[in-house]
Every structure is written in structure tokens, then in C-alpha cells.
Design a protein around this ligand. Structure first.
Ligand SMILES: [Zn+2]
Length: 430
């Protein structure tokens, strides 16, 4: 006879084994609101309102970790700070449990961060909760067919878009119910068999101000999504609406929707760029100082509308991506001779003492690629300055006919007293 706990252990082990040959993917599915009955709409509305009540009630208790996740009533304060009781009727017990656990996890994460002596705030009361975790596929949510799913708590089918894109042999795991503006989404995590992709080619990427992205092959991508006219118009109209009025709320919704549309366009551009690189054997990027750009007034507006941050974080998730340290002087340093040349934002062409000339962004991208190759070759610590050139067999710079090593030695001996220690110092960090 096998006991129940042993049985659970066994299935857990089996799952772990299976996961080794699988990859994890998340799909965004959108609920069809056009045919949704009022009952279903009310159900959705109440789910998120109750989630808010529950969340705020958890925060108001003295000891969060002893909060009863089977609570059927929440205790909140109304507009006038008077205590009120709310009945939870739509949230299922498993939804409540995962909401409570999620809040506990946030508190734990905060205290962990505090131990590391980071500045830590407190969790704040919320005016809305926009996501509800759905654990255990088959209990909290069920897939009926290619168009319909069921949610725990209401014995009805919901029409949903996007189920067709999930391959039939996928294994469903957790999901999250999300409310965004006026729409409802289900983010489903599924496990699929790993496909064996053949990786080939190498690329270095330079992220810049003038051109958003320049590749080591010399391709230039410009992503600059400015606020559309409709957003500006909507924002202007908001300033004429009376504070606290219903119209102001409505206007805020309109603005949020406009931003949502713009975000979708950005996301699409980002995904397209990243998927183009997925088959590369090596992707080298520099850990850009986007935070620094934000603080610099000259750039902040442009960077804000850009998608570079998203692209970098997506690339970081790929195993073939090599990150170059952000202090590496990829713009100033010549990869032929290792010499440092100060270059202003206006200069579009990089000119080195050694005679080497190239478009500044492409040069940086190639530098980043060479450095990435060096790092992935595991030769981080023993490189003298000019040895980046030993990696310059890449096709991107093959057309440059430079007497590489020779030039390098000339450059070194030509260094003035002021430049020498700097060049050497950065060289030793290679
Ligand atoms: Zn040079």
C-alpha cells in the first residue's frame, strides 16, 4: 500500500523528470466580451472587486501570516473610513488561497530585500487588483474546446480567443486572470516538447541615441514611438474635466486605452526583432545604462518612447546571449589597436589615430561582438589590449584590410603620457 504523501511525492518526481525535456511558454488569451451575458460580466467584475477587498483586508491585519485564507467575509473601510463588511461570493476558495499566498510572498520578498540592506517600503492598499492567479489546471480553469473555457465559481462556458494557437500536445499549467482597461485576459502557462533548433551566426548589438539599434553587420533599426496625436488630444481634454467627476474617470479610461494600443505596437516590434535573432549562435549586447539615460534630460524623452529596455531584457533570457559589462568603453575604444579616442555625440564617424575609420555605431557593435566572442571563449582575464583583433575573423569586418597587429604596435608607442595609463588601465580589465 502506498500512502497519500508518497503518491504525491511520486507524481512530483515524475513531473520534474518530464519538465527536463520541455520548455515553458505563456500565451495571452482574450475573453470575448461581445457576446458575454450580463451575468458573466457581473461575475468578472465581482471577481476583481472581491480580490481588492481581500487584498486590502490582508494588509490591514496585524499578522499577515496568520490570515485565514478560508475567510468568507472581509473587513474594510468605506469612503468615510467607516468599517464595512463585504461578503465574498464569486472568488473560489482556491482563488482566495492563491491571492493570500501571493500577498504573503510579496511580504517575504520585501523582508528578504530588507535583510540585504536595500531600502524597502511597505505594501500599500490598492484601489484595484487587476490579476488573480489560477493554480491547478482542471480545477480553477478548464479548457472545453478550441473556443471555450470554464472558470471555477461559475458553471458556465466563456468564449475566449487564442486557444487555437496552443499546440494540441501541450501540457497546461497555471494561469493568471488579468483585467486590463475594460478587457479580460487569461495568461496560460503551458509546457511543450523542446525543439532542437540549429543555431548559427553571430551578432553584436549597439544600442544608441541617434539610432536605436545598430548590428555588427551594419543594419540599423530605429524605434521611436512617440505619443500619438490621439493621446495628446485626450490628455488635453482631461485637463478640462472637473476633478472627481464621472467624465474625468471616463476620460482617464480613454487615455489608458490609447496607451494600451501604443504598448501593443511596441510589443509587436520588440517581439519581431527578438525572434529574428533567436537562431543566432551568439548574441552580444552591452548592459546599457538606460537608467542613466533616463536621468539625462537630453535623452529622457526619446528613451521613454523606445523599446530598447524590453529588447535587452528579452535577449538576456536567451541562453546564447553574452552580456558585456556596462563600463566597457565600446564607443571610445578602437578594436584594431586598443586606443581610446574621445568621441562626442555629434561625431558619426569613429576615427582612430591608427587610421581606422568606421561608422561609430557599427564600430561599437563589432567591438561588442568581438568582446562577446572573447568572453564566450572563456579568455576573460588574459587578454592584452590589441588581442581583440585575434577575434576579428568575423565576416562583418573581413572587408577591412588592415595590417592589424602592425598598426597596433605603432599606436601603442605613439601614446602620449596622458593617454597611456588610461589605455593600459582599461586594457588590464579585459
Ligand atoms: Zn586604432
Amino acid at each position: 500500500m502506498i500512502t497519500k504523501s508518497e503518491q504525491i511525492k511520486q507524481t512530483l518526481n515524475q513531473t520534474r523528470e518530464r519538465r527536463k525535456s520541455q520548455t515553458c511558454k505563456t500565451y495571452e488569451l482574450k475573453f470575448d466580451k461581445s457576446h458575454m451575458s450580463t451575468k458573466k460580466q457581473h461575475f468578472f467584475k465581482m471577481l476583481f472587486i472581491e480580490a481588492k477587498w481581500l487584498y486590502n483586508d490582508i494588509l490591514s491585519t496585524d499578522d499577515i501570516f496568520s490570515f485565514d485564507d478560508k475567510a468568507k467575509v472581509t473587513h474594510n473601510l468605506d469612503k468615510n473610513k467607516q468599517p464595512v463588511e463585504h461578503k465574498l461570493t464569486s472568488l473560489s476558495s482556491q482563488m482566495k488561497q492563491s491571492l493570500v499566498n501571493r500577498t504573503k510572498d510579496s511580504v517575504k520578498a520585501l523582508s528578504k530585500s530588507k535583510i540585504k540592506s536595500n531600502k524597502v517600503g511597505r505594501l500599500k492598499f490598492k484601489s484595484s487588483v487587476n490579476s488573480i492567479p489560477l493554480k491547478q489546471f482542471g480545477n480553477t480553469y478548464k479548457v472545453v474546446d478550441n473556443n471555450y473555457i470554464k472558470l471555477q465559481g461559475l458553471n458556465k462556458q466563456f468564449k475566449i480567443h487564442g486557444l487555437g494557437q496552443i499546440p494540441s500536445e501541450s501540457e497546461f499549467a497555471n494561469a493568471t486572470l488579468v483585467k486590463r482597461f475594460d478587457d479580460y485576459f487569461l495568461y496560460v502557462t503551458v509546457y511543450q516538447k523542446k525543439e532542437n533548433r540549429v543555431l548559427s551566426g553571430e551578432v553584436g548589438l549597439d544600442f544608441g541615441i541617434k539610432n536605436s539599434i545598430t548590428t555588427s553587420d551594419g543594419d540599423v533599426y530605429n524605434y521611436d514611438f512617440k505619443e500619438t496625436k490621439s493621446i495628446k488630444k485626450a490628455q488635453k481634454s482631461l485637463s478640462h474635466k472637473k476633478k472627481g467627476s464621472q467624465n474625468r474617470y471616463k476620460q482617464k479610461d480613454i487615455i489608458a486605452k490609447c496607451h494600451g494600443k501604443l504598448n501593443n505596437i511596441k510589443k509587436d516590434a520588440k517581439n519581431k526583432f527578438v525572434s529574428k535573432l533567436k537562431d543566432k549562435k551568439l548574441i552580444a549586447v552591452q548592459d546599457e545604462q538606460i537608467a542613466k539615460w533616463h536621468s539625462d534630460r537630453r535623452f529622457s524623452r526619446k528613451v521613454q518612447h523606445d523599446i530598447m529596455g524590453g529588447i535587452i531584457s528579452d535577449l538576456k533570457k536567451l541562453s546564447q546571449t553574452t552580456i558585456i559589462d556596462k563600463f566597457e568603453p565600446t564607443t571610445k575604444k578602437c578594436y584594431v589597436c586598443g586606443n581610446i579616442t574621445n568621441i562626442t555625440l555629434k561625431d558619426r564617424i569613429f576615427k582612430c589615430q591608427c587610421g581606422f575609420e568606421m561608422d561609430r555605431d557599427k564600430k561599437s557593435a563589432i567591438y561588442i561582438l568581438l568582446k562577446g566572442k572573447q568572453i564566450s571563449a572563456g579568455r576573460r582575464n588574459l587578454m592584452p589590449v590589441e588581442d581583440l583583433s585575434s577575434f576579428s575573423d568575423c565576416s562583418a569586418i573581413a572587408d577591412k584590410t588592415f595590417p592589424v597587429k602592425q598598426e597596433a604596435t605603432i599606436c601603442q608607442s605613439n601614446l602620449t603620457g596622458k593617454q597611456k595609463p588610461r589605455a593600459l588601465a582599461s586594457g588590464s580589465s579585459l
